[in-house]
Design a protein around this ligand. Structure first.
Ligand code: UN1
Length: 554
């Protein structure tokens, strides 16, 4: 219940530390930071490097609260030399950890799961404070880490290879998974806990060392998370570099991507950066796992249950202030229900009011950065330039429209827009992923047409169909070779966002083809070898090849 207390004292400030850079922090923020032991050292900064020991002598990054504009802390990231040491320690940690039996690694993960669960609300609060998502979603993403940790504990006893029949007598073939090495995780601001959790849980169960380079704008969340994990590793005498942390800007990320010491790079972020990372890692024949842009569509058929479809689409479009990779960007409505659907949806939009993400009743938090505000404004300019009808929203909140303590926050009005029917699908309005709550609407007459629009963008992450008709469902899922959605996530009567951890998560096409989280995603975190074993007294060749050496030796 730290939030209520924090809010009631929001105007008060406390002196958070004693160093020469001492400054005042609001009680709202210091309550959240103190609960996670995030206190600056004597030079006024918080250490942003962990490789078994905490350090950080590189660039100083500021963590800024998106709701209030308050500087929450200064974090000192990795210098080039510290990064090199962290990479080497990751390698050493891997050499140790690979020999720990997988179920024992699972036991470590179970303890990490327990430690995270014990701090779930506190970690959720730092996510809300630093990233800006509302409280239930902040806690929800810590829950997502807990869930995938459970999954990883189970996996640690099930990461099995196979025995394959050989065509040769007295032979057998094994497919053997072995730990991969060092996995570099470059995560994005929008899921500063869960996406790292997806990677760490699988990587750790598989016997790897993981080095995390989080978004430079959510450093406190990553430090708090790493502290919890480090305490478990240290208690079990496991090298801390099994779950290392290097905070920094682009240069630190690039160094991780380029390093031959990193066997796999798992990157979540923009298509532009992902394309570059893919090339760089490929050029040194490393493995790469990409989770890039989404441009997710909802299709609503005449027989859809609108009492479910409308609120679910509302959450998909405005939840996390439109900053999920899986957020709903496009809504395709059948002509017969379009009017009713939009009437109900705009009514819901109009109930939204901006608020402090730490306050339990808030549904609309801020955008993460000022840059996100520019992205929002740019999208609106494009929509207006083609003469779109703005059904609701259409502008940022001015400071004077906001409660006093949120005046510096990055708040915008979630927007629903209907571009003119003649604007082609190839237009940037339809093709560009806008990482903000801007959703475009179009009317269709035939499901095939709507599926074509769904598939007619470069990205291929998530998609939803609302219907009760099994024939439409079969087509949408592409059953029997039907031309359905080409996305990695193809939902029916469920919104585009909010996937559970059980299935593999990821997208096709420009979304990067990566798969994280559940399903068979773990198979990417190991190296596979095929081992043919001959336990006979003959040495025949496969495919009946005869290579007669008798004349050569006679
Ligand atoms: C992301 O936006 O990068 O499916 C991840 C969802 C969440 C994860 C989103 N479970 O919306």
């Amino acid at each position: 219940m730290i939030y209520r207390t924090a809010l009631s004292r929001v105007a008060r400030t406390t002196n958070v530390h004693r160093g020469h850079l001492s400054r005042l922090l609001s009680t709202r923020a210091s309550t959240v930071l103190n609960a996670l032991d995030l206190t600056p050292s004597s030079n006024g900064t918080i250490s942003g490097v962990y490789d078994g020991q905490w350090g950080g002598s590189g660039d100083v990054l500021e963590s800024i609260c998106p709701a209030t504009g308050e500087v929450l802390a200064q974090v000192q990231g990795a210098s080039p030399q510290e990064l090199q040491i962290a990479l080497e320690k990751s390698q050493e940690a891997f050499e140790f950890f690979r020999a720990v039996p997988a179920p024992k690694r699972g036991d470590i993960l179970r303890q990490i799961r327990e430690a995270l669960a014990a701090k779930r609300d506190e970690l959720g609060a730092i996510v809300s404070l630093e990233m800006g998502k509302i409280r239930t979603e902040g806690v929800g993403e810590v829950q997502e880490f807990i869930d995938i940790a459970d999954y990883g504990v189970g996996l640690s006893r099930m990461m099995n290879g196979r025995v394959v029949s050989s065509e040769r007598p007295g032979h057998s073939i094994l497919e053997v998974p072995s730990p991969l090495g060092v996995v570099g995780v470059l995560s994005a601001f929008n899921f500063p806990v869960a996406v790292y959790g997806w990677n760490l849980a699988l990587s750790l169960a598989a016997g790897n060392a993981t080095l995390w380079k989080p978004s430079p704008t959510t450093p406190l969340t990553s430090i708090a998370t790493t502290k919890i994990i480090a305490s478990v590793l240290e208690k079990n005498s496991i090298p801390g570099a099994v779950a290392g942390l290097v905070i920094g800007d682009q240069d630190v990320g690039e160094a991780v991507v380029q390093s031959e010491l990193v066997d796999m790079v798992s990157f979540t972020g923009s298509e532009r950066v992902g394309r570059q990372i893919g090339k760089t890692v490929q050029s040194r024949f490393g493995k790469v796992l990409l989770e890039l842009g989404g441009n997710n569509a909802v299709i609503v058929l005449p027989d859809a249950d609108l009492s479910l479809a409308v609120p679910s689409t509302f959450f998909g479009a405005v939840g996390t202030a439109g900053q999920r990779c899986t957020s709903t960007r496009r809504i395709y409505l059948h002509r017969s229900i379009a009017h009713e659907f939009l009437h109900r949806l705009t009514a819901l939009y109009k109930t939204l009011t901006p608020g402090d993400p730490l306050e339990p009743r808030t549904l609309l938090g801020p955008l993460h950065t000022k840059n996100s505000m520019d992205i929002f404004s740019y999208a609106l300019d494009s929509l207006n330039s083609v003469g779109s009808e703005i059904l609701v929203g259409g502008s940022p909140y001015l400071g004077s429209h906001l409660p006093t303590h949120l005046r510096e926050g990055n708040f915008v009005r979630p927007t629903l827009a209907v571009p003119p029917a003649e604007v082609p699908l190839s237009h940037g309005i339809w093709q560009t992923e806008t990482f903000a709550p801007v959703t475009t609407v179009k009317i269709f007459d035939e499901l095939d047409e709507a599926i074509e629009w769904n598939n007619g963008v470069k990205q291929g992450l998530s998609s939803s169909l609302w219907t009760r008709d099994v024939r439409s469902v079969g087509k949408w899922l592409g059953l029997g070779g039907a031309k359905g959605s080409d996305c990695g996530i193809v939902n029916v009567n469920v919104g585009t966002s909010g996937a559970e951890i059980g299935a593999a998560f990821g997208g096709n096409k420009n979304t990067g083809w990566g798969r994280e989280s559940g399903g068979d995603a773990w198979k990417q975190y190991v190296r596979w070898s095929a081992a043919t074993i001959n336990f006979s007294d003959e040495a025949p060749l496969a495919q009946g090849v005869s290579f007669d050496t008798s004349s050569a030796t006679s």
